[in-house]
Ligand binder design. Structure first.
Ligand code: SF4
Length: 285
């Protein structure tokens, strides 16, 4: 017998998700039935709608009262993430929602990257990306030519050259320092390769964004970056700047200053070039 989340109907054909082995929900989500579920079936499972698109199933969430009572924080962020998804999509970004970092990796590794079919892949400046463990998976995948800008065996000159080369890859992976509720990406970069790739160069860009990066507006984004993200990154990278001691920006002139180039990405151009996986967890800085 098949069961479904918050739905009295039964799957007529007993089809099950290949990943989770759970039955597909046959209720109002039936038009979305597909060959493969790339996420958890319960709640905000993400399903393939057609060949090129993924999307979350809102209906599951509404009908599973017990789960929401058990997980009010996750439910709260699910609502926030759905609103942000709409805002970002209205700015021409492609957006997917994952319940956690493991599912974010699955969405990217099993579905998005195979669909993009990149020959070359690189990345830059994202603790969130590393946190999903996609970094390890890609590094060891012979299907792709990897330009690893995190390679610690490189000399400073080689590392800089690799960053230059990464501007022309098929797929560049990174994160963002902040995202506004209106769907704008706000970033501050030391070297500039991360914001350069986000703006122009690589054919496609994939971003991982934890829920902790959401801010109300552009001013809140600037504050977050200067008085939280930058000092924490200074501490992580063991840079010698005053914010590493005070925890807030002192607008330094230190040689180690990591704050050099701001970008605000209001819309994705061309449409669909930047794909975003929003993660319903605190991850990254
Ligand atoms: S400008 Fe200097 S003090 Fe301010 S956040 Fe950046 S590195 Fe820290």
């Amino acid at each position: 017998m098949t069961t479904s989340i918050g739905c009295s109907a039964r799957s007529p054909d007993n089809r099950r998700c290949k990943e989770t082995k759970k039955p597909f929900n046959p209720c109002d989500h039936r038009p979305m039935l597909a060959d493969k579920c790339v996420s958890g079936c319960a709640l905000t499972g993400i399903y393939r709608k057609d060949k090129n698109r993924l999307h979350t199933l809102k209906g599951h969430a509404k009908k599973s009262k017990e789960t929401f009572m058990d997980n009010p924080v996750r439910h709260y962020w699910e609502i926030r993430l759905q609103k942000l998804k709409k805002a970002l999509e209205s700015n021409n970004f492609d957006v997917y929602i994952a319940d956690n970092k493991d599912l974010a990796k699955k969405i990217a590794y099993n579905t998005l990257i195979p669909e993009i079919a990149p020959r070359t892949i690189s990345w830059g400046g994202s603790v969130t990306f590393v946190g999903t463990r996609l970094y390890e998976a890609l590094k060891n995948d012979p299907r792709y030519t990897i330009l690893d800008t995190y390679d610690k065996s490189l000399s400073p000159e080689q590392s800089m050259q690799r960053r230059r080369e990464s501007m022309l890859v098929d797929l560049f992976i990174t994160g963002t320092n902040a995202v506004t509720e209106t769907g704008h990406l706000v970033n501050l970069d030391m070297i500039g390769n991360r914001v350069a790739a986000l703006t122009f160069g690589p054919k496609q860009v994939l971003l991982f964004i934890g829920r902790n990066k959401i801010v109300a507006d552009r001013q809140a984004a600037f504050d977050r970056v200067k008085n939280y993200a930058a000092p924490v990154n200074v501490m992580r990278l063991e840079k010698k700047t005053p914010c590493g001691k005070t925890g807030e920006c002192e607008n330094c002139s230190s040689p180690d200053r990591i704050c050099n180039t701001w970008t605000v990405t209001e819309k994705c151009f061309p449409k669909h070039r930047i794909k975003i996986v929003l993660i319903n967890e605190d991850i990254g800085f």
